[in-house]
Design a protein around this ligand. Sequence first.
Ligand code: MN
Ligand code: MN
Length: 257
Amino acid sequence: MIISLQGICYDAKSSFLQGPKLAPPLIREALYSDSSNLFAEQGNSIEHINLNDEGDFAISDYLEIETITANHLKKDSKLITLGGDHSITFPIIKAYHEHYPKLDILHIDAHGDLYDHFEGDPYSHACPFARIMEKGLASRLVQVGIRTLSTHQREQAAKFGVEIIEMKDHALSKIPKFENPLYISLDMDAFDPAYAPGVSHYEPGGFSARQVIDLILSLKAEIIGADIVEYNPTRDVNKMTAYLAAKLLKEIMVKMG
Ligand code: MN
Ligand code: MN
Protein backbone atom coordinates (compact mmCIF):
# COMPACT_ATOMS: atom_id res chain seq x y z
CA MET A 1 0.00 0.00 0.00
CA ILE A 2 1.31 3.39 -1.02
CA ILE A 3 0.56 6.44 1.09
CA SER A 4 0.60 9.68 -0.88
CA LEU A 5 1.13 13.09 0.66
CA GLN A 6 -0.04 16.39 -0.84
CA GLY A 7 0.16 19.97 0.42
CA ILE A 8 -2.74 22.26 -0.46
CA CYS A 9 -1.56 25.86 -0.05
CA TYR A 10 -4.90 27.66 0.15
CA ASP A 11 -6.51 29.94 2.71
CA ALA A 12 -8.80 32.17 0.66
CA LYS A 13 -11.88 30.86 2.46
CA SER A 14 -10.68 31.73 5.95
CA SER A 15 -13.17 34.05 7.64
CA PHE A 16 -10.83 35.77 10.13
CA LEU A 17 -7.11 35.60 9.30
CA GLN A 18 -4.95 34.42 6.43
CA GLY A 19 -1.86 32.25 6.92
CA PRO A 20 -2.70 28.53 6.63
CA LYS A 21 -1.57 28.49 2.98
CA LEU A 22 1.99 28.83 4.31
CA ALA A 23 1.72 25.70 6.45
CA PRO A 24 2.59 22.62 4.31
CA PRO A 25 6.36 23.18 3.85
CA LEU A 26 6.75 24.08 7.54
CA ILE A 27 5.03 20.87 8.67
CA ARG A 28 7.35 18.83 6.39
CA GLU A 29 10.37 20.69 7.74
CA ALA A 30 9.31 19.88 11.31
CA LEU A 31 8.69 16.23 10.40
CA TYR A 32 12.19 15.76 9.00
CA SER A 33 13.95 18.03 11.52
CA ASP A 34 17.03 16.57 13.19
CA SER A 35 15.46 17.45 16.54
CA SER A 36 13.55 14.16 16.56
CA ASN A 37 13.53 10.77 14.89
CA LEU A 38 10.99 9.29 12.50
CA PHE A 39 9.54 6.67 14.81
CA ALA A 40 5.91 6.79 15.82
CA GLU A 41 4.85 5.80 19.31
CA GLN A 42 3.58 2.36 18.30
CA GLY A 43 7.11 1.41 17.31
CA ASN A 44 7.43 1.77 13.54
CA SER A 45 9.32 4.43 11.62
CA ILE A 46 7.79 6.29 8.71
CA GLU A 47 10.90 5.22 6.77
CA HIS A 48 9.25 1.81 6.45
CA ILE A 49 6.23 3.31 4.71
CA ASN A 50 5.96 3.37 0.95
CA LEU A 51 5.54 7.14 0.85
CA ASN A 52 4.84 9.01 -2.33
CA ASP A 53 5.27 12.73 -1.67
CA GLU A 54 3.48 14.69 -4.38
CA GLY A 55 4.71 18.04 -3.04
CA ASP A 56 2.87 21.28 -2.34
CA PHE A 57 0.37 22.97 -4.61
CA ALA A 58 -0.34 26.70 -4.72
CA ILE A 59 -4.07 26.95 -5.39
CA SER A 60 -5.58 29.93 -7.16
CA ASP A 61 -9.00 28.44 -7.83
CA TYR A 62 -10.98 26.45 -5.24
CA LEU A 63 -12.10 24.02 -7.97
CA GLU A 64 -8.50 22.87 -8.50
CA ILE A 65 -8.44 21.16 -5.12
CA GLU A 66 -10.80 18.35 -6.16
CA THR A 67 -8.91 17.75 -9.43
CA ILE A 68 -5.49 17.67 -7.77
CA THR A 69 -6.77 15.32 -5.07
CA ALA A 70 -8.40 13.02 -7.63
CA ASN A 71 -5.07 12.82 -9.50
CA HIS A 72 -3.25 11.78 -6.33
CA LEU A 73 -5.92 9.42 -5.07
CA LYS A 74 -5.35 6.47 -7.33
CA LYS A 75 -7.15 3.18 -6.97
CA ASP A 76 -6.31 1.44 -3.68
CA SER A 77 -4.08 4.28 -2.54
CA LYS A 78 -4.26 6.27 0.64
CA LEU A 79 -3.67 9.99 0.85
CA ILE A 80 -2.78 12.53 3.53
CA THR A 81 -3.29 16.25 2.88
CA LEU A 82 -1.57 19.13 4.61
CA GLY A 83 -3.68 22.31 4.50
CA GLY A 84 -4.60 24.99 4.04
CA ASP A 85 -7.76 26.15 5.73
CA HIS A 86 -10.62 23.76 6.45
CA SER A 87 -12.55 24.67 3.28
CA ILE A 88 -10.29 22.22 1.42
CA THR A 89 -11.89 19.19 3.09
CA PHE A 90 -15.11 19.39 1.03
CA PRO A 91 -13.42 19.11 -2.41
CA ILE A 92 -11.07 16.47 -1.01
CA ILE A 93 -13.97 14.31 0.19
CA LYS A 94 -15.72 14.83 -3.16
CA ALA A 95 -12.68 13.24 -4.80
CA TYR A 96 -12.74 10.39 -2.27
CA HIS A 97 -16.37 9.56 -3.00
CA GLU A 98 -15.55 7.83 -6.28
CA HIS A 99 -13.19 5.40 -4.52
CA TYR A 100 -14.94 5.21 -1.18
CA PRO A 101 -18.73 5.41 -1.60
CA LYS A 102 -19.03 4.33 2.04
CA LEU A 103 -16.80 6.52 4.15
CA ASP A 104 -16.84 7.41 7.83
CA ILE A 105 -15.29 10.68 8.96
CA LEU A 106 -13.75 11.50 12.33
CA HIS A 107 -13.61 15.29 12.53
CA ILE A 108 -11.42 16.75 15.30
CA ASP A 109 -12.03 20.49 15.73
CA ALA A 110 -13.08 23.24 18.15
CA HIS A 111 -15.77 24.10 15.60
CA GLY A 112 -18.50 22.08 13.94
CA ASP A 113 -17.91 23.77 10.54
CA LEU A 114 -21.56 23.06 9.76
CA TYR A 115 -22.80 26.52 8.74
CA ASP A 116 -25.18 26.54 5.78
CA HIS A 117 -23.19 29.56 4.63
CA PHE A 118 -20.83 31.97 6.37
CA GLU A 119 -20.75 35.66 5.43
CA GLY A 120 -22.46 34.71 2.19
CA ASP A 121 -20.04 31.94 1.19
CA PRO A 122 -21.32 28.33 1.26
CA TYR A 123 -17.73 27.11 0.77
CA SER A 124 -16.22 29.06 3.70
CA HIS A 125 -13.98 27.16 6.10
CA ALA A 126 -16.96 27.33 8.48
CA CYS A 127 -19.10 25.20 6.10
CA PRO A 128 -17.32 22.09 4.70
CA PHE A 129 -19.16 19.50 6.77
CA ALA A 130 -22.57 20.92 5.83
CA ARG A 131 -21.61 20.49 2.16
CA ILE A 132 -20.24 16.97 2.74
CA MET A 133 -23.39 15.83 4.55
CA GLU A 134 -25.94 17.35 2.19
CA LYS A 135 -24.22 15.65 -0.75
CA GLY A 136 -24.24 12.32 1.08
CA LEU A 137 -20.43 11.96 0.88
CA ALA A 138 -20.08 10.48 4.38
CA SER A 139 -21.88 7.47 5.81
CA ARG A 140 -21.14 8.72 9.26
CA LEU A 141 -19.68 11.94 10.65
CA VAL A 142 -18.39 11.93 14.22
CA GLN A 143 -17.10 15.23 15.61
CA VAL A 144 -14.92 15.57 18.71
CA GLY A 145 -13.38 18.56 20.50
CA ILE A 146 -16.33 20.78 19.61
CA ARG A 147 -16.83 23.73 21.97
CA THR A 148 -18.45 26.53 19.94
CA LEU A 149 -21.85 25.21 18.87
CA SER A 150 -24.36 27.90 17.92
CA THR A 151 -28.08 27.20 17.76
CA HIS A 152 -27.85 27.11 13.96
CA GLN A 153 -25.05 24.54 14.05
CA ARG A 154 -26.95 22.34 16.53
CA GLU A 155 -29.90 22.41 14.12
CA GLN A 156 -27.63 21.54 11.20
CA ALA A 157 -26.11 18.64 13.19
CA ALA A 158 -29.58 17.28 13.98
CA LYS A 159 -30.67 17.68 10.34
CA PHE A 160 -27.66 15.76 9.00
CA GLY A 161 -27.43 13.19 11.81
CA VAL A 162 -23.95 14.35 12.85
CA GLU A 163 -22.73 12.62 16.01
CA ILE A 164 -21.05 15.22 18.20
CA ILE A 165 -19.04 14.43 21.30
CA GLU A 166 -18.61 17.93 22.67
CA MET A 167 -15.31 18.80 24.31
CA LYS A 168 -17.00 19.14 27.71
CA ASP A 169 -18.21 15.54 27.43
CA HIS A 170 -15.08 13.99 25.91
CA ALA A 171 -13.94 10.50 26.88
CA LEU A 172 -12.13 7.94 24.71
CA SER A 173 -14.79 5.40 25.67
CA LYS A 174 -17.39 7.50 23.84
CA ILE A 175 -15.66 7.23 20.46
CA PRO A 176 -17.78 4.83 18.40
CA LYS A 177 -16.51 1.80 16.54
CA PHE A 178 -16.27 2.71 12.87
CA GLU A 179 -17.42 0.05 10.40
CA ASN A 180 -16.43 1.70 7.10
CA PRO A 181 -13.09 3.01 5.84
CA LEU A 182 -12.20 6.01 8.01
CA TYR A 183 -11.07 9.51 7.06
CA ILE A 184 -9.62 11.77 9.78
CA SER A 185 -9.93 15.54 9.47
CA LEU A 186 -7.76 17.28 12.06
CA ASP A 187 -8.20 21.03 12.56
CA MET A 188 -5.27 22.25 14.67
CA ASP A 189 -7.58 24.53 16.67
CA ALA A 190 -9.05 21.40 18.28
CA PHE A 191 -6.00 21.57 20.54
CA ASP A 192 -6.01 24.01 23.39
CA PRO A 193 -4.21 27.16 22.21
CA ALA A 194 -1.63 26.47 24.95
CA TYR A 195 -0.50 23.47 22.86
CA ALA A 196 -1.13 25.00 19.44
CA PRO A 197 -0.75 28.78 19.36
CA GLY A 198 -0.33 28.70 15.58
CA VAL A 199 -4.01 28.80 14.65
CA SER A 200 -6.32 31.60 13.52
CA HIS A 201 -9.10 31.01 16.05
CA TYR A 202 -8.10 30.71 19.72
CA GLU A 203 -10.70 28.64 21.54
CA PRO A 204 -9.47 27.80 25.04
CA GLY A 205 -10.52 24.61 26.76
CA GLY A 206 -9.36 22.22 24.05
CA PHE A 207 -7.46 18.97 23.72
CA SER A 208 -3.98 18.34 25.02
CA ALA A 209 -1.46 16.88 22.58
CA ARG A 210 -1.64 13.63 24.57
CA GLN A 211 -5.42 13.34 24.24
CA VAL A 212 -5.39 13.55 20.44
CA ILE A 213 -2.45 11.15 20.10
CA ASP A 214 -4.27 8.67 22.36
CA LEU A 215 -7.41 9.09 20.24
CA ILE A 216 -5.49 8.29 17.04
CA LEU A 217 -3.72 5.32 18.65
CA SER A 218 -7.06 3.92 19.89
CA LEU A 219 -8.69 3.72 16.45
CA LYS A 220 -9.36 0.23 15.12
CA ALA A 221 -10.86 1.05 11.70
CA GLU A 222 -8.87 1.12 8.47
CA ILE A 223 -7.73 4.72 8.03
CA ILE A 224 -7.66 5.54 4.32
CA GLY A 225 -7.10 9.27 4.41
CA ALA A 226 -6.53 12.29 6.57
CA ASP A 227 -6.02 16.01 6.49
CA ILE A 228 -4.25 18.32 8.92
CA VAL A 229 -5.59 21.84 8.44
CA GLU A 230 -5.71 25.34 9.91
CA TYR A 231 -2.10 25.54 11.05
CA ASN A 232 -1.36 29.26 10.77
CA PRO A 233 2.42 29.89 10.89
CA THR A 234 1.95 33.66 11.25
CA ARG A 235 0.60 33.05 14.77
CA ASP A 236 3.02 30.33 15.85
CA VAL A 237 5.54 30.49 18.70
CA ASN A 238 8.94 28.81 18.12
CA LYS A 239 7.31 26.56 15.49
CA MET A 240 5.70 24.55 18.29
CA THR A 241 2.45 24.12 16.34
CA ALA A 242 4.39 22.93 13.28
CA TYR A 243 6.03 20.28 15.46
CA LEU A 244 2.68 19.27 16.90
CA ALA A 245 1.20 18.95 13.39
CA ALA A 246 4.25 16.93 12.32
CA LYS A 247 3.91 14.64 15.33
CA LEU A 248 0.28 13.92 14.46
CA LEU A 249 1.23 13.45 10.80
CA LYS A 250 3.80 10.84 11.85
CA GLU A 251 1.35 9.00 14.10
CA ILE A 252 -1.39 9.02 11.44
CA MET A 253 1.03 7.86 8.71
CA VAL A 254 2.19 4.86 10.72
CA LYS A 255 -1.37 4.07 11.78
CA MET A 256 -2.41 4.13 8.10
CA GLY A 257 0.57 2.16 6.83
MN1 MN B 1 -12.38 23.52 11.10
MN1 MN C 1 -11.67 25.03 13.93
